[in-house]
Ligand binder design. Structure first.
Ligand SMILES: Cc1cc2nc3c(=O)[nH]c(=O)nc-3n(C[C@H](O)[C@H](O)[C@H](O)COP(=O)(O)OP(=O)(O)OC[C@H]3O[C@@H](n4cnc5c(N)ncnc54)[C@H](O)[C@@H]3O)c2cc1C
Length: 354
């Protein structure tokens, strides 16, 4: 059986981002890499969005970028300008195509459907396969979205809606998210933060229909793409091994309060590439522990005060927009953290800390 220097298990966002990063920095000129991915073909399956707080390798896969967004509760709407850190949406179809066409050119890289097809005894493994079995009672961000096309101009494509809490909450946290790509097309998502075993929240299609008809007053449109997902808002328990590290969502790259993962994956890939020659001895790349600490408190507050979450997220944006965005993108300094913390309802947070 064939042997490889490196094996990436799972050729999704993290696995392919890492392979691409290693390839473009010439780390696979004299090394071999096997990528284990069971899927038959790659097609658009996700829409990854984030505030661009640092440069990354995938500007040419950006479907749309915005400098303005809104966030609203049933009583208030906030307009936020994010020009210094535009909000970008990456089309996963373009991302897969770009990476796969580059990797194909290097004979040192091979794809396999199953790890049993190779000998992994002497390889270093990067594992991105999630193992969230029996975690349905933990908190998840679960969502369903449709990309629609209207007959007439309908959307203002210059501004997207990050969170619309003016909707049925059902004693959980619920909001809609709308990304207008053009005047006629947009991705509209219904998003919940709750346990995953609560099937009463999963009538997603009815929720979308109701929102389009009764909230946006949109009676006729065509659906071109659907996306459904669930992002764990807790950490996978990994057993550390000398010759294996976890990457991507499985490797703790998700921000627990928001589900944002894409840019953290890019930073993790960069860190691994910079340290690849000494990968067995360097520390693991992690999201700073202050964010895990604050996010876990926020999630506890959320569990016990779900009706207030719209207002709490709204308050985050009562700070300067750059402060809020830096905080949500793990780039905030001490003073920015403090500014956000002071905006929170202190007694509720203190109670959860105690
Ligand atoms: C629908 C959706 C939308 C999202 N939108 C955003 C967003 O807007 N912004 C953001 O920052 N984050 C977003 N996320 C979160 C996160 O960015 C994505 O989940 C991202 O794909 C995580 O990358 P990953 O490589 O860890 O996991 P994946 O991309 O899921 O990759 C894991 C790979 O492992 C493969 N695999 C599974 N089992 C095996 C096995 N036994 N052996 C080998 N391979 C296996 C899978 O086929 C898959 O290709 C979203 C998540 C989802 C699900």
């Amino acid at each position: 059986m064939k042997e490889f220097d490196y094996i990436i298990i799972g050729g999704g966002c993290a696995g392919l981002s890492l392979a691409y990063e290693l390839e473009i920095y010439d780390k696979l000129k004299d090394k071999t890499l096997a990528i284990i991915e069971p899927r038959e073909d790659y097609k658009r399956d996700k829409t990854w969005s984030f505030w661009k707080v640092f440069s990354h390798n995938f500007d040419d896969c950006v479907k749309k970028s915005w400098n303005n967004f809104t966030i609203n509760t049933s009583s208030e709407t906030k307009y936020v300008n994010c020009e210094p850190t535009p909000y970008q949406t990456i089309d996963s179809g373009m991302f897969y195509e770009k990476i796969l066409s580059k990797l194909k050119l290097n004979e040192n890289i091979q794809f396999f459907k199953n790890i049993d097809q190779i000998n992994k005894t002497n390889s270093f493994l990067f594992n991105s396969v999630p193992n969230f079995k029996n975690s349905e009672s933990e908190l998840w961000q679960h969502f369903y979205g449709v990309e629609i096309e209207t007959r007439k101009d309908f959307f203002d494509e210059e501004i997207f809606n990050l969170m619309d809490f003016n909707c049925d909450q059902r004693d959980r946290v619920h909001f809609f998210y709308t990304l207008p790509f053009t005047k006629k097309t947009a991705l509209v998502e219904t998003t919940w933060i709750s346990e995953l075993n609560n099937n009463s929240l999963k009538d997603y299609e009815e929720q979308i229909d109701d929102y389009l008809c009764n909230h946006l007053n949109l009676r006729q449109c065509e659906i071109h793409f659907k996306e459904q997902g669930a992002i764990p808002l807790f950490r996978q328990k990994n057993i550390n091994k000398l010759n294996e590290i976890y990457i991507g969502a499985a490797g703790g790259m998700t921000r627990l309060s928001t589900g944002y993962t894409f840019l953290n994956i890019q930073e993790q890939s960069r860190y691994i590439r910079e340290n690849i020659e000494n990968i067995k001895n360097v520390n693991l790349y992690k999201i700073q522990s202050k964010y895990d600490f604050l996010d876990k408190i926020l999630l506890k507050v959320l569990k016990n005060n779900s009706a207030e979450m719209g207002n709490i997220f709204f308050k985050v944006f009562n700070s300067k927009s750059i402060t809020a965005i830096n905080f949500l993108s793990n780039k905030s300094n001490f003073f920015e953290d403090l500014e956000i913390i002071l905006k929170m309802p202190k007694w509720k947070f203190l109670k959860e800390i105690i």
